[in-house]
Write a protein of this length. Structure first.
Lengths: 198, 207
């Protein structure tokens, strides 16, 4: 089992939904795609690199050969995959505290979903539906999503200074360098090994 | 299309795992055992397929029963889940998987129903597409930078922090000269390897 790699945790969950409810969730996701403002919560949390919800209809599990027995399922299934920074408990706590309305909107269509507040039954629900990861890879294991965003800001500021300062007199360069420092000072946190979490 | 956010593609594959009651070791266990042996760092197979930001392999034994009043039900096969977040388009990515992670892909997917092998790239791509499930909603926090741009940016961030620390209080003339040298050295620095987390090591040697 390797749910963790560096500073990133790979979470996988599955939950059953009655097929008629699936249409409502599809409609909700369509609305969020059409009106991205409805999804302001996830970017605000700023510790999720990538996340996705996948609805697998009851007849949608791939069947690749006649040898493979057919599935006879009554429920559609909602899969959730997340790549986040921090510990499992921090993640679920933050989800419950900050995004409870959004999460309720998504998981309320799943069987036996208790609501995202209070947090204890919500954690029990997630735990029951969680599947451990067998192999996990990330290209930048020592960086959080905030590190990645900060690094791109520093790079953009450095490129700008390099461009502006070509042929600049030394005194002017001193001023431009100070402005650069003011711009990037909040984005210079070091990356490295993750602390041991719980 | 929900599989994409900006320039990043969110691939979800569900490959049915073979069921052989006569096998000494079940196919699902064989996959699990093999996955424990694959390196997760820069020597791993997905580091070679360098457009991969993050990816995972998961063996799903069955669906989950949450208790009454819902009904208990089971899948007829176990599934191998491959979830990947990568730059670019699907076909070239699957082609790279078949070519550049050939050994590992074959070692894992040989336990799955209908797997045609990796020798015929076209057949492998077609097979993976049959196993693909459309992502319903996809979120990528940074969706306009490639893996290489991000690795370079992390290296630059680390180098800039070191440069600032080492050049505190210098007069503008000296600072300007040092800055020009710094830019040249940064430009020549080797590309950080995906999966390694080595941005800091490179810049420490650089400055």
């Amino acid at each position: 089992m390797s749910n963790l790699r560096g500073k990133v945790y790979a979470m996988n969950t599955i939950s059953p939904m009655k097929p008629w409810k699936t249409w409502l969730l599809w409609g909700l996701f369509l609305l969020i795609r059409l009106f991205p403002r409805l999804n302001s919560g996830l970017p605000q949390l700023s510790f999720i690199h990538f996340a996705r919800w996948v609805i697998v209809p009851r007849r949608g599990f791939p069947r690749l050969s006649e040898r493979q027995p057919k599935n006879y399922l009554r429920y559609d299934y909602l899969l959730f995959f997340s790549n986040f920074n921090g510990t499992w408990n921090q993640y679920i706590d933050a989800f419950s505290a900050v995004l409870s309305k959004g999460l309720n909107g998504i998981w309320r269509w799943s069987e036996k979903f208790p609501g995202s507040v209070p947090v204890t039954p919500f954690k029990n629900f997630i735990t029951r539906g969680q599947i451990d990861t067998g192999y996990y890879y990330t290209a930048y294991p020592h960086a959080t999503t905030n590190d990645v965003k900060a690094a791109h800001r520093v790079t953009a500021a450095l490129d700008e200074l390099a461009k502006l300062s070509k042929g600049m007199p030394a005194a002017e360069f001193g001023d431009a360098y100070l402005k650069f420092l003011l711009k990037v000072q909040g984005d210079l946190g070091a990356t490295g090994e993750a602390p041991v979490g719980t | 299309m929900a599989n994409r956010s900006g320039s990043v593609y969110g691939l979800t594959i569900l490959s049915p795992i073979k069921d052989d009651p006569h096998a000494d070791v079940s196919h699902s266990l064989a996959i699990r055992l093999y996955l424990q042996t694959i390196p997760q760092d820069q020597t791993g197979p997905l580091a070679r397929v360098s457009s991969t930001h993050m990816a995972r392999l998961v063996v799903m034994d069955d669906v989950v029963y949450f208790g009454m009043p819902s009904c208990e039900e089971h899948l007829s096969a176990k599934y191998l889940i491959f979830e990947s977040n990568f730059d670019g388009d699907l076909d070239p990515y699957l082609g790279r998987l078949a070519r550049e992670a050939k050994k590992e892909v074959h070692a894992v997917w040989q336990h799955c129903e209908g797997y045609p092998g990796v020798e015929d790239e076209g057949a492998f791509i077609a097979y993976m597409k049959k196993c693909q499930v459309e992502t319903t909603f996809y979120f990528a926090d940074v969706n306009d930078k490639t893996v290489q741009q991000t690795l370079r940016a992390l290296q630059t961030q680390s180098a800039v922090a070191t440069f600032i620390e080492k050049n505190q209080g210098k007069p503008p003339e000296e600072l300007q000269k040092a800055f020009a040298k710094f830019l040249a050295a940064l430009h020549k620095a080797p590309e950080p390897l995906p999966g390694s987390g080595q941005a800091r090591e490179i810049t420490d040697k650089l400055l």
